[in-house]
Design a protein around this ligand. Structure first.
Ligand SMILES: Cc1cc2nc3c(=O)[nH]c(=O)nc-3n(C[C@H](O)[C@H](O)[C@H](O)COP(=O)(O)OP(=O)(O)OC[C@H]3O[C@@H](n4cnc5c(N)ncnc54)[C@H](O)[C@@H]3O)c2cc1C
Length: 634
């Protein structure tokens, strides 16, 4: 049984009291402590900037040539906070309730309440940084609605909210780089975590340009390396998003929590061919004004404009009258898939539904719509050559976000002392399904407000003596990393890395994707084992290890995706219930809604690495404030 270290007390004052009880490091002593931060997305950049501003010495690592190019830059629709500016009945309790319910009662109450509390401060922080959130005519910050909520609490900057938030965090990071409190290491990949006596002591890094390896020591390591949706090969994530940092920490003893909780987003541009390498999201914010429909007649060949109103099935509005088009992502994705599977899909493959703006355009006018969604409309037209002002968008679900990740306690520390995990890389506060606009909220809550307090508390108990990389463990880990990368080169195999990634993606999408069954998962485990063997015997990595070599980088990341795919299938197989985005076909109601088993599965599943087969541990979840109920959006 795992202990999440949640302090006792009333949930409303828990974080405030805990913060008071956390130890501080004297400002005079902070520079003596070194902290490594992996990642410069919203979680990593905000944590690094805040820790450095407090006076700690920080080393930051990222894969891209600029910290500003982290995947967070792509986030579109917005960030939640219960400011209640529209006066529509929102408050911290409602955001807390919506998030716990949205996650289908598989998240930790204390963490979620803290997240809802801290969210308001994030908006203030970002406004102070100059983030240009959309405003009403009178100058007040504007809000819009997102799935899973009946209030408008999402702050946004057109369809570029992540970009504007990351520019804010990046500005704060650059300020500390200018003050020489942060050493920034771009184009550097963390390839191993160094653990000594159960404590994170540092990392091994490969320079992506020269292939050189180096050792870095610190008093604490912060991992903010993002999510792992690219395990599905095609996803809405950036091409560089990967699972390697967390999988390598997992191999060093960090627990991996709820790996099978992955989110499929309903509104993406459908895939169009075998050689496609990436999918494009159309933000959930579009469901504020867009109506989802399919023709009432199966296989109807007419173009959308030729189908009269009476012959359209607005199936989300029909099935879920309370929330309509704004049901949460897991609910919407399943409903879309069901319609397409039943033969009502549109487009050449019948694998899409319409997202139609006709009514909103008629109501608010084009200028109003372009103010809110202009860049999304342009992006859609660039990719499909269809103008959504004139013809409905065609959309289909795609892999998008991962609720699973490294297990952390209330202080965001993993079971390895001194290893903190933030943002999408941790198993997070979203339970079995994340609500839209809540990832940016969580990443920035972790980075600006929570981790800086809890890391300081940890450091206050660690000797200030300087750290070094001279130990035999550092030397052995560096040598093992060199051998591993060198060993991938020139094996004489014939299969390109992308082909294996593609094959893994098909297994994951078909058997471990939106809908899962015991038979499918067992067959996925066999297929993944076969892929593992193919990889070992026939992988082809051209070029050299001591040079810029993207195929080599990919080969190592695909090996980690294979290991993760196996873990996800095991986790999904062991969880004999449906909850949130984890939909097991055997556990559904007559109306195809998920059926949870709170008796057996009201817990976090945390997997411990073992060379033969991973071990499944449990962190029980208790719900003192929000009584688990059947989740309904009808
Ligand atoms: C298209 C899209 C739109 C989205 N829109 C929204 C939205 O509107 N609202 C919302 O709340 N959420 C949204 N999300 C989700 C949200 O964007 C992400 O969950 C969030 O940005 C993740 O931030 P992060 O800081 O955890 O990681 P990331 O931004 O992914 O950053 C990861 C960092 O880790 C570094 N890194 C990774 N591995 C290594 C390694 N081994 N060594 C060194 N560095 C490494 C990378 O270089 C990068 O700097 C969206 C997601 C997508 C895909």
């Amino acid at each position: 049984m795992i202990d999440a270290q949640v302090p006792d007390g009333d949930i409303e004052s828990l974080w405030e009291n805990h913060r008071f009880n956390l130890k501080l490091v004297s400002p005079a002593n902070r520079a003596a402590y070194k902290i490594i931060v992996i990642g410069t997305g919203l979680a990593g950049a905000s944590a690094a900037a805040t820790l450095a501003a407090q006076g700690f010495g920080v080393d930051v690592f990222c894969l891209q040539d600029s910290p500003r190019r982290a995947h967070s830059i792509a986030a579109q629709g917005g960030i939640n906070a219960a400011k209640n500016y529209p006066n529509d009945g929102d408050n911290i309790w409602r955001l807390f309730y919506d998030t716990v319910k949205g996650g289908d009662f598989r998240s930790r109450e204390a963490n979620v309440y803290r997240l809802a509390q801290v969210a308001n401060a994030i908006i203030d922080q970002c406004v102070a940084q100059g983030v240009p959130f959309a405003r009403e005519y009178g100058g007040y910050l504007a809000n819009r609605s997102f799935g899973g909520a009946q209030v408008s609490r999402t702050f946004y900057a057109r369809g570029q909210t992540g970009q504007q938030l990351l520019l804010g965090a990046y500005g704060a990071l650059m300020r500390q780089i200018g003050k020489k409190r942060i050493n920034m290491h771009t184009r550097k990949e963390m390839v191993d975590l160094v653990v000594e006596d159960g404590e994170a002591r540092g990392i091994i890094v490969r320079d992506l340009v020269t292939g050189e390896f180096s050792r870095h020591a610190a008093h604490a390591v912060v991992m903010a390396s993002g999510g792992y949706s690219n395990v599905f090969h095609l996803s809405t994530n950036a091409m560089a998003s990967n699972a390697s940092a967390i999988i390598r920490a997992y191999r060093k003893g960090a627990l991996f929590a709820n790996p099978c909780f992955t989110q499929i987003h309903p509104t993406c541009i459908p895939r169009s061919g075998h050689y496609q390498s990436k999918l494009t999201l159309m933000s959930e914010s579009l469901r504020n004004d867009g109506r989802v429909w399919v023709p009432k007649k199966s296989g109807d060949p007419r173009p959308a404009a030729a189908i009269p109103e009476a012959e359209r099935d607005y199936f989300l509005e029909r099935q879920y009258p309370s929330f309509g088009n704004l049901v949460p992502r897991d609910v919407a994705s399943r409903a879309l898939k069901n319609r397409c599977d039943a033969g009502f899909g549109v487009g050449s493959e019948g694998q899409a539904v319409y997202l139609d703006f006709e009514a909103a355009l008629a109501d608010g006018g084009q200028a109003d719509m372009d103010n809110k969604y202009g860049n999304l409309f342009e992006m859609y037209q660039d990719i499909t050559a269809d103008d959504p002002h004139k013809t409905p968008m065609r959309i289909y679900p795609a892999s998008h976000y991962t609720m699973g990740g490294l297990w952390v306690d209330y202080n965001l520390m993993s079971n390895i002392r001194g290893l903190f995990v933030l943002g999408e890389a941790n198993f997070s506060d979203h339970g079995a399904n994340r609500l839209g606009a809540s990832a940016l909220m969580q990443g920035l809550a972790d980075g600006y407000f929570i981790a800086p307090c809890t890391i300081a508390n940890y450091l206050a108990g660690v000797p200030r003596s300087s750290v070094d990389t001279d130990s035999t463990i550092f030397a052995a880990d560096e040598q093992a990393a060199k051998n591993y990368y060198q060993g991938l080169i020139g094996t004489g195999g014939k299969t390109p890395v992308d082909e294996l990634h593609h094959a893994l993606g098909s297994v994951m999408w078909n058997q471990v994707g939106m809908s899962r069954s015991a038979t499918g998962l067992q067959s996925a485990l066999t297929d993944i084992e076969q892929l593992r063997q193919d990889y070992a015997s026939n992988i082809c990595v051209p070029g050299k290890a001591d040079d810029l070599n993207e195929q080599l980088e990919k080969a190592a990341r695909v090996a980690d995706f294979i290991e993760l795919g196996d873990l996800m299938a095991r986790d999904a197989l062991a969880r004999n219930e449906s909850c949130g985005a984890h939909f097991r076909e055997e556990y559904q109601s007559t109306e195809h809604e998920p059926v949870r088993d709170d008796q057996q599965f009201q817990h976090v599943a945390a997997w411990a690495y073992q060379p033969q087969a991973p071990a499944r541990l449990e962190e029980p979840l208790t719900f003192k404030y929000i009584k688990p109920e059947t989740r309904s959006y009808k």
